[in-house]
Design a protein around this ligand. Structure first.
Ligand SMILES: [Zn+2]
Length: 340
């Protein structure tokens, strides 16, 4: 959980300066845009509750898997809060690359071809709700989109993409990269540089990074910086993580100054990755395997691990009654494959 909140923050401006969205500086994880404060507050409160129950590395690994969509979701209903049909269709077309894959058991469902689904807070639940008007590019991670945000709230933002006048903009690799990166988060992906197997943390020039991000326009405090930049903890996460993948669409571009060895660092990339890498592909197939039995088993294992912590917390009096975690993360209704 710790990892979740700031993942979204960083993303917010990671790939700015696209043709579509004005002239923000390209690699400026700034305070300009990020996860809405209201969501952060809810998540921070939940993270505190989890930490109070169990703050071990093992527990953190278990918590990190809560973002994965349970097997009751054969697909995710995506809706748009704004945008023309033409533009929303383009976003849908690009994002669908993630789940256009016979080896996995989750799909992105955008509704009718040619007129993608519009968000309706009073209608059936949509799991991914796309907005364009908020600052930055960001997405809640996986199931967090239905736990920490209400139906009338966006879960994924692509600032200004609805202003595109030329549809050729969506053929640009960097525009496709933003869409794929954010939908990667919506499917439950974390940032590659924060993978516990990445070694990027050791290669970072922390003095430079802290100094840079502490200054305007970010004005981040040290905890926020560590949160964004340091590796995710968790034994289980190590099992889930792949070897560092420099081609991942989830890898964040940082300037050479961020690294002790500059451009010679193995984490340095010249520009953002804009396509789903083979390792991204195998990771998502691992998270949502085509074999339904396997997906059910993984889910049951995660639930059992979490329930151990939850039950123990009742005994020790450290359970917070504010959020019913088992209900929120394991009690979802889901969406069947043949549902509209
Ligand atoms: Zn991101």
């Amino acid at each position: 959980m710790m990892a979740l909140k700031l993942t979204t923050l960083l993303c917010s401006t990671a790939l700015a300066a696209l043709a579509l969205s004005g002239s923000a500086s390209a690699h400026d994880p700034s305070g300009k845009g990020g996860l809405p404060v209201a969501y952060s507050k809810r998540m921070m409160a939940a993270m505190k509750s989890l930490a109070r129950m169990d703050d071990s590395d093992e527990a953190k690994g278990i918590y990190s898997k809560l973002v994965q969509w349970p097997p009751t979701y054969a697909k995710l209903r995506v809706c748009f809060m704004a945008g023309s049909d033409e533009i929303n269709s383009k976003v849908a077309e690009v994002a669908t690359a993630w789940t256009d894959d016979a080896k996995m058991s989750i799909k992105l469902d955008f509704g009718k071809a040619g007129s993608p689904r519009r968000c309706d807070p009073n209608g059936r639940e949509s799991q991914i709700r796309v907005a364009y008007e908020k600052p930055g590019y960001w997405s809640l991670l996986g199931q967090n989109g239905v736990v920490y945000a209400k139906q009338e709230e966006a879960t994924l933002n692509l600032e200004g993409f609805d202003k595109a006048t030329d549809m050729a903009a969506f053929d640009k690799p960097e525009v496709q990269g933003v869409i794929l990166h954010e939908f990667g988060h919506a499917l439950g992906f974390l940032h590659e540089h924060q993978s516990p197997l990445s070694d990027c943390s050791n290669q970072f020039n922390w003095d430079y990074i802290v100094k840079y991000l502490e200054g305007p326009p970010n004005n981040w405090d040290e905890a926020t910086i560590k949160f964004n930049m340091a590796p995710y903890a968790g034994d289980d996460l190590k099992l889930m993580a792949t070897d560092f993948d420099p081609q991942s669409v989830m890898l964040y571009y940082f300037p050479a100054e961020y690294y002790l060895k500059g451009k010679d660092s193995s984490c340095y990339i010249q520009s953002s990755n804009n396509t789903i890498s083979p390792t991204d592909r195998s990771t998502i197939e691992f998270m949502y395997p085509a074999d339904r039995g396997e997906r059910l088993k993984n889910f049951a294992d995660s639930k059992a691990q979490f329930m151990k912590i939850w039950d123990k917390a009742a005994d020790s009096g450290t359970r917070d009654v504010g959020l019913n975690f088992p209900e929120a993360f394991f009690g979802s209704k889901g969406v069947a494959a043949d549902e509209e």
